[in-house]
Design a protein around this ligand. Sequence first.
Ligand code: SIN
Ligand code: FE2
Length: 210
Amino acid sequence: MPQSIEIAPDCLWWPELLDRPAQEALVEEVRGLLREAPLFAPAMPRTGKPLSVKMSNCGPLGWVADVSGYRYQPFHPDTRAPWPPIPRSLLDLWDQLTRHPAPPEACLINWYAPDARMGLHQDRDETDLSAPVLSLSLGDTALFRIGGENRSGSTHSVRLTSGDAVLLAGRSRLAFHGVDRILPGTSTLLGAPGRINLTLRRVTPPDATL
Ligand code: SIN
Ligand code: FE2
């Protein structure tokens, strides 16, 4: 198991877990996924205000956000096509880093343009909250903020660089987290400023049928 740093209770960070060739291979996989399931523009429930991040998914389920709420669904909100499968390399990383007995069902693909950010939030739309969330970063560095289970609690920041992995598990599974901003031009991986973040999630309890 590669060396990790605990940045909050049970929240593990593997700086530069993926070397450059592995990052390049993963970017190619993501580009292929986005040809099948193009980025969509998520919106805040009720207000319909667009989020600054653009999204897509792969896996049996995908996370979507629109005026009617946040949810997981098996198809793309614009094309209505099923999400493409999660690439083998990501399933293997999940097994290696989480040791969770059931595979992930959703991989959210977040695209951060240079001015995009993500407000402090909890990942709590999953029915099975015993499974961790695994995050992978590609491209420009992000100022990632993590706190505890209370929105008003103290937080601290780490700089997530290309190839980093973060696991939100155990006591940090419901930790508030977000991205204050990205630092455009800090990576050459994508050939243009911006950042891709992938989060692998288990949504349903292992014995539930989809
Ligand atoms: C997320 O919380 O969905 C994304 C976190 C990140 O972009 O690092
Ligand atoms: Fe999140």
